[in-house]
Design a protein around this ligand. Structure first.
Ligand SMILES: Nc1ncnc2c1ncn2[C@@H]1O[C@H](COP(=O)(O)OP(=O)(O)OP(=O)(O)O)[C@@H](O)[C@H]1O
Ligand SMILES: [Mg+2]
Length: 568
């Protein structure tokens, strides 16, 4: 946070000076009021009163330029800092490992980026000036009093023990109630997220009442803890109001008695002045106390963002060798990988050599480690034993971001963004000529259905491609891979069944895509396996068989058993 603010330190200083200047009338007016009252009491001249009035007016009007300068400056600075904080957080997210992102739900990250940054921004833009203002008034009121009626500074000091008493009484209750409330808010937003995500499942099984009950329970808990918080805050506000007003009254009475009995030389005007300043002083204290929740929230949000910056699980690419081109030869040498918290190895001392341009189909039962092989090849997970070589170099020594420019991935469930067909195909590539996009769509067997859409390739595909069928989404994902013209292709074949026609369209598209590249494919379809150069059969993270389709069938081993299941 400090390093984000550092470039603006000069502007922040100017903003704070403007802030102090804009409060000038607040100081000056009680002094002017006191002077006018004393003039009145001592039958002074109207001219002097007019002059005092004019000075007051000038001070009041000067508030406009100083206030506006402050608002402009501070809004620019703090909005800018919030924007930079979001950008910094996103670039931090890009360095965190995929493992971190699989563990962390998207809604948590979203809430950090949107809500936490907003809290920090609010703390800076509203809390900081209010804090500075409160402190300024405190200092100003005490200083002017010390100059005018030094004896009363001691009475002003009474505010400190009274505040300490109120704060300590309120704090413990406030902290636990605030925390309870925040947890209930989180609980509710979690429940809402889940209910929204499960909507189709809920509706399909007629469980509407269960979902409603879930939200109702959370809402009622939130209502209860909200009311407790309201009552506590009410008690706090009322008792501090009564205490400070009482102190103010005491101050006025003492000042009046001092004036009447001439214990301290004090004029009627000064009695008003003291009373006004005392009111300002207590007002400032109340304001400062009221800022505590805002700061607690802001600091908690900084901590929440800090979690990302302190996360150790990240991908280190800086300073590693960038690759300009890739031939696509891959070698797994004695590679082992175990997921954190898992007892068994997902990949167990596996050795496999893939020649450039070769198509390897991984087959095996569910959980045998097929997807993990793709994640290892992509560098999403790092082997705990052995090494993975790309064109003869250990991928640990390479800048994976540059490697991945030559890799395309078609995941098991195609991930589409809520944009047009074209945007989905060229995602992240910048300017791509129309004929290249058209070619990719044609190769992916997507040309026909895209042309039939209302707006052609400018049609939006809906949230995560919800406006498209499963087979159409897969073909767009294939077009996305084709347009990248990768050297290495990683394909996790969708398990969802497609009808015969879309199945054959997807298959054809995949065959075109595989041409001339190194392909690692997790195969669920017989047709895919038949087209592969080599089939690798995995079992509990080990290779149990490999070879061509006919060859493996003839061997009558693990593959033929799997095959029998598929065919049956
Ligand atoms: N994020 C994870 N955390 C812990 N264990 C995991 C994780 N992902 C996978 N595993 C485990 O690692 C093993 C291999 O998983 P993998 O996803 O590679 O299987 P798969 O062959 O792709 O299965 P499927 O055909 O069902 O997709 C499984 O036993 C699985 O339970
Ligand atoms: Mg899998």
């Amino acid at each position: 946070m400090l390093s984000l603010m550092r470039p603006y330190r000069l502007r922040i200083a100017v903003a704070l000076v403007m802030f102090a200047l804009k409060d000038l009338p607040v100081w000056l007016l009680p002094v002017i009021t006191a002077a006018i009252i004393d003039d009145l009491v001592h039958h002074g001249s109207s001219a002097r009163v007019l002059l005092l009035g004019a000075v007051g007016l000038v001070a009041l009007l000067s508030n406009y330029p100083t206030s506006m300068t402050f608002v402009r400056l501070s809004s620019r600075i703090f909005r800018q800092i919030a924007a930079e904080l979001r950008v910094a957080t996103v670039s931090e997210l890009q360095t965190l490992s995929i493992g971190f992102h699989t563990r962390t739900s998207a809604s948590v990250i979203q809430s950090k980026l949107v809500r936490d940054v907003e809290n920090v921004e609010f703390m800076l833009s509203t809390g900081l000036p209010a804090f500075a203002g409160g402190i300024g008034i405190l200092i100003g009121a005490v200083t002017v009093t010390a100059v005018q009626v030094p004896a009363f500074v001691a009475i002003f000091a009474l505010v400190i023990p009274v505040s300490a008493l109120i704060v300590s009484a309120g704090r413990r209750a406030s902290r636990s109630l605030n925390e309870r409330f925040r947890r209930d808010v989180e609980e509710l937003s979690g429940a809402v997220g889940e209910v929204a995500a499960l909507m189709p499942v809920t509706r399909a099984h007629g469980l509407e009442a269960v979902a409603e009950q879930r939200i109702a329970d959370s809402s009622h808990r939130l209502r209860a803890s909200g009311r407790r918080l309201d009552h506590m805050q009410g008690r706090f506000n009322v008792s501090s109001w009564i205490s400070y007003q009482t102190l103010g009254l005491v101050c006025l009475v003492l000042a009046a008695i001092a004036a009447l009995n001439r214990v301290i030389p004090i004029t009627p005007g000064q009695v008003v002045l003291l009373s006004t300043y005392f009111g300002m002083l207590t007002g400032a204290v109340v304001q400062l106390l009221g800022l505590a929740p805002l700061f607690t929230k802001g600091i908690e949000s900084i901590r929440s963002l800090g979690e990302l910056f302190a996360e150790p699980d990240r991908e280190h690419n800086e300073g590693k060798r960038a690759v300009a081109s890739v031939t696509g030869e891959l070698a797994f040498e004695d590679v082992s990988y175990r997921y954190p918290g898992s007892a068994a190895h997902a990949i167990d001392r596996l050795t496999l050599h893939v020649a450039a341009g070769e198509t390897i189909a991984f087959v095996g039962t569910s959980g045998s480690g097929k997807s993990t092989m793709l994640n290892l090849a992509l560098g999403f997970v790092r082997p705990q034993g052995g090494r993975i070589l790309l064109d003869g170099s250990d991928i640990e020594t390479l800048d994976l971001r540059t490697v991945r420019r030559h890799v395309a991935v078609v995941p098991q469930e195609s991930v589409l963004l809520d944009g047009s067909v074209r945007e989905n195909v060229v995602y992240g590539l910048g300017e791509v000529p129309d004929d290249v996009v058209a070619h990719a769509l044609r190769e992916a067997n997507a040309e026909e259905f895209v042309a039939a859409l209302a707006d052609g390739w400018n049609t939006r595909v809906g949230d995560r491609g919800s406006a498209l069928s499963g087979g159409q989404r897969q073909r767009l994902a294939i077009a996305r891979a084709i347009v990248r013209d990768p050297r290495i292709l990683l394909l996790d074949e969708a398990t969802s069944a497609l009808d015969n026609e879309s199945e054959s369209l997807v298959r054809e598209a995949m065959r075109r895509l595989n041409r001339g590249r190194t392909v690692l494919i997790v195969a669920h379809r017989l047709s895919t396996v038949r087209n592969a150069d080599r089939i690798v059969v995995l079992e509990r993270g080990r290779i149990v068989e490999q070879g061509g389709h006919e060859e493996l069938l003839a061997a009558n081993g693990a593959y033929s058993r799997l095959y029998a299941d598929v065919v049956a």
